[in-house]
Every structure is written in structure tokens, then in C-alpha cells.
Design a binder for this molecule. Sequence first.
Ligand SMILES: Nc1ncnc2c1ncn2[C@@H]1O[C@H](COP(=O)(O)OP(=O)(O)OP(=O)(O)O)[C@@H](O)[C@H]1O
Length: 282
Amino acid sequence: MNTAVTNNSSNAPTVVDIRKLWTVFKNADGEQVVHRDLNMHIDRGEVLSLVGGSGTGKTVLLRQILGLEKPTQGVVEVLGQQPGELSASGAANVGMLFQHGALFSAFSVLENIAFPLRELKLLPDELIRHAALVKLQMVGLEPQHANKSPSDLSGGMIKRVALARALIMDPPLLLLDEPTAGLDPEASDSFCNLLRGLHRELGLTVVMVTHDLDTLFDLSTRIAVLADQKVIVSGTAREVIAYPHPFIHEYFLGGRGQRALEALHDKPATEQHAPRPEAAPR
Ligand SMILES: Nc1ncnc2c1ncn2[C@@H]1O[C@H](COP(=O)(O)OP(=O)(O)OP(=O)(O)O)[C@@H](O)[C@H]1O
């Protein structure tokens, strides 16, 4: 099997560096190796999407970058720090948008957004409230929604509130787990537009897991494919699709993939970024 392609032309600093990562779970049948000697690095400003079959360890990898789980072996670094060892201020390096928003149902919209900042216990209430209102506006919601309960919100609004909460500490790195899952096409387009605008305006680095090909092609500057317990290829959509692997063929060249690809063909090639090797750690 070929290994993946050309050089990284970017001189941007590395935000996420994963080296020789192993994830092994013990279960009733013995051991399950999810990641085997996996290497991946993500530079500042990238929107890197993780694609792979069910159970290939995409969510586990996000949780390891966030510091919720430790790998069995190997190194995960975010801005040069191990996520599990981040200080209170360092914890602000990563914001995470969970798949279903994961809002606290007993809290108002504003209390949900403010929660991570309030937990730090470093700022007065009025400043926290002001910061949360700024984030509410940043995700395109009017102040009149501030006191609503999550149960009064549409699916698209819940995602926006969850995004505002993920951004409350101004993290340079944002993790997105299925950001458009459960949204209708219109809400999904609108949320992608919001994410694209925030990525540009805030200079964010983004790592995303999505099964939605429209979202994948719409937002990604690079796609990394997880298969055979590692990243088998990373690059633009065109480069990844050209890589010979049964998963890629099935995933991108089935009917669903073909439809999403038609939309991609309308995009100028200049919107695509250079492919990257992930075979060896730096
Ligand atoms: N805490 C855990 N203990 C044991 N096994 C786990 C644990 N967390 C994840 N796994 C297993 O690791 C594998 C990878 O899980 P993960 O949720 O990362 O997959 P995924 O690529 O996100 O899949 P999907 O696309 O279906 O969401 C799965 O087989 C899962 O059952």
C-alpha cells in the first residue's frame, strides 16, 4: 500500500502533535487495539477533519486531545503541553463542541455559556455575564435568548449555545464532534457558515469529526483518514479520494459521496490545501 503524499508547505506552528500513539482497551474478548503507532500533527489555522469507519477511534482521539482520556502509550501534545496536565489557564487552550450540545437543562442559555468561566472562580459575576453575552452575539443569537431554557431552543440554537460555551475562554483550538448532526439542511448550512466565519475571524485551529460529507467538504482544509488503526492518508479531498484503500473507495465513491463531490467540483482548486504525510513523527 502506498503511503501518503507530498510535503507540508505551511510554516505555521504545530498546535496538536500526536506521536507514536497506542490506544488499547481491555474487553471480554481480550484486548482491542484502536490506535497502533498513530502519528498526526495539526498546524495553526487548519480545519482538520477526521474520517473513518465506525469504531476506528475518532471520538477517542478527540477525547485524548481534550485530555479526558490518556493514551495507552505515546504522546499527545496541545501547544506543547500534555492535555491531562494542563493548568487552569492552560485548560482554556481547547474548546469542545459535543455532538448533542450537552447543555445543562437546569441552566439558562447564559448560565450554560458562562459555566466554564464561572468554574474558574477568577472573575467577578458581572464580567462573566458580559463575556457570555458577547459570545451569545458572536454565534448569531439575540440577547433576548439569554434567559431561555435549553428546552425552549431549536436544534440549531442548541448547537450555537454549545459553541458559545466552547468559545467562552477564547481557546485557540476548537474540537467539533459531529457539528451538524441532527440539523436539517438549512440549519446545517447556516451552522457551517457560522463556523467558517469564526474560524477566519478568530484564527482558530479546528479538529472535526463528521460523517456528513457536505460539512466535510464545506469546512475542511485537510482530511485525515483513520483506518487500519492509524492515519492512512491526509490531504485535500481530491488527494484523499485518489488514495487506494477500500474504505476510501466505499466512503467517498458511493452514491452519497458522489453527490457531495459534485458540489466540491464547483469549488476552485485554490481553496484546497497541500497534502501531508503522517507516516513519521517529527
Ligand atoms: N472507555 C472505553 N472502554 C472500552 N472500549 C472503548 C472505550 N471507548 C471507546 N471504546 C471502543 O473503542 C473503539 C473506538 O471508539 P470511538 O467511539 O472512538 O469510535 P468512532 O471512530 O468515533 O466511531 P463512530 O464513528 O461509530 O462514532 C470502539 O470499538 C469503542 O467501543
